[in-house]
Design a protein around this ligand. Structure first.
Ligand SMILES: Cc1cc2nc3c(=O)[nH]c(=O)nc-3n(C[C@H](O)[C@H](O)[C@H](O)COP(=O)(O)OP(=O)(O)OC[C@H]3O[C@@H](n4cnc5c(N)ncnc54)[C@H](O)[C@@H]3O)c2cc1C
Length: 273
C-alpha cells in the first residue's frame, strides 16, 4: 500500500462527509495489523467486530486443549521488533489463553482499542459509484460512509452449525468448539460424544477424556495425527530464536504455507505407497 493513500482522500468537503477513511471488519490477527498499518498512513479508521473483544479465532475458540499448531515464534506479528523482543511465548505451541493475551497486548501497546467497535456485525456494504465511497451498515442499524472497506473476516470464523435433525430439542448439552462458552464446562461424571477428529477434535478429546466418565468419538474420516512435540520455551531458547530471526523469517517467506519448515524436496511419487 502506498504512503500516498492520504492524498487519495477527496477534498476537505468530501472528506468531511466521510465517517471514516477506512472501515476494517474483524479484530483478529488481520484486523489488528490492518488497523495498525492504516493508522500509520494517517487514516481515520474504525474496526467493526462482532465479538466482544479482540482475538478473532483466539477469542471464539476457547475449547479445552485449544492451542496453535504453528510454532509460536512465527505465529506472531513481525512488523514490530519491539514486540518480537518483548513477548516471549511460554511454549512451542501456545494455548488459546496465551494467544488471546498476546493479541490483547499488541492491541494495548499500540493503543488500537480506541478505534474498535465490538459486539457489532457488519451486515451490508454498498459501493456508491458516484462518490466512490462505501456505505457500511451494522446490525445496530448504523451506516458509515467510508472510502476504503477492508475485510479481515477470517476464513474460519463462521461456525458450521451441525445439520442434525432435532438438535434444538436434544435434552443434553451441546457445544461447538468455535463458540465455546467463556466459563469452563465441567464434564465430570458425564457421558460425552465428540464429533470429528480434525485439528480441534484431536485437541479436545484427550482433555475431555480426563474428566468425563465415558467418551465416544465419532469419526467420518480417519485423520493422520502425529505427536505434537510441544515443549516449554526458556530464556536460552529465546536467545537462540532472536539471534536467528532473520534466517527463520527467510525460511517462512520461502515456504508455501509460510511455516519455517525445511523443504523435503520430494514428490509423493518419489516414495512408496
Ligand atoms: C482452533 C484454531 C487453531 C488455529 N491454529 C492455527 C495455527 O496454529 N497456525 C495458523 O497459521 N493458523 C491457525 N488457525 C487459523 C487462524 O484462523 C488464523 O491463523 C488467524 O487467526 C486468522 O486471523 P484473521 O484475523 O484472518 O481471522 P479471525 O481470527 O477469524 O478473525 C476474524 C474476525 O472477524 C469477525 N467477523 C467476521 N464477520 C464479521 C462481520 N460481518 N462483522 C463483524 N465482525 C465479523 C469475527 O467475529 C472474527 O473475530 C487456527 C484456526 C483455528 C480455528
Amino acid at each position: 500500500m502506498s504512503k500516498n493513500l492520504n492524498a487519495q482522500t477527496a477534498d476537505p468537503a468530501d472528506a468531511a462527509a466521510l465517517d471514516f477513511d477506512a472501515i476494517v471488519v474483524g479484530a483478529g490477527f488481520a484486523g489488528i495489523r490492518t488497523l495498525y498499518e492504516l493508522r500509520e498512513l494517517g487514516l481515520r479508521v474504525r474496526v467493526v467486530e462482532s465479538g466482544s473483544d479482540v482475538g478473532g479465532t483466539w477469542f471464539w475458540n476457547r475449547y479445552p486443549g485449544a492451542r496453535t499448531d504453528s510454532e509460536s515464534w512465527v505465529y506472531a506479528f513481525r512488523f514490530s521488533t519491539e514486540v518480537l523482543n518483548e513477548w516471549s511465548w511460554s511454549e512451542r505451541y501456545p494455548t488459546q489463553p496465551e494467544v488471546h493475551r498476546y493479541l490483547s497486548y499488541v492491541t494495548e501497546k499500540f493503543d488500537l482499542r480506541k478505534d474498535m467497535q465490538f459486539n457489532t456485525q457488519l451486515v451490508a456494504a454498498t459501493f456508491d459509484e458516484d462518490s466512490e465511497t462505501w456505505l457500511a451498515t451494522t446490525d445496530a442499524g448504523e451506516t458509515y460512509r467510508t472510502r476504503f472497506l477492508l475485510t479481515g473476516l477470517g476464513h474460519q470464523s463462521h461456525p458450521y452449525r451441525p445439520p442434525f435433525p432435532n438438535l434444538d430439542s436434544f435434552q443434553g448439552k451441546w457445544y461447538q468448539s468455535a463458540r465455546w462458552p467463556h466459563e469452563p464446562v465441567d464434564f465430570t461424571g458425564k457421558r460425552v460424544a465428540v464429533i470429528g477428529t480434525g485439528a480441534s477434535g484431536v485437541q479436545i478429546i484427550p482433555l475431555v477424556a480426563q474428566q468425563a466418565e465415558h467418551v465416544i468419538v465419532f469419526q467420518r474420516t480417519p485423520n493422520w495425527v502425529i505427536p505434537s512435540g510441544n515443549h516449554s520455551l526458556g530464556e536460552e531458547d529465546w536467545t537462540e530464536i532472536r539471534s536467528n530471526y532473520d534466517a527463520i523469517w527467510e525460511k517462512v517467506f520461502n515456504q508455501p504455507y509460510a511455516l519455517p519448515f525445511n523443504a523435503a524436496n520430494r514428490k509423493p511419487s518419489d516414495v512408496t505407497p
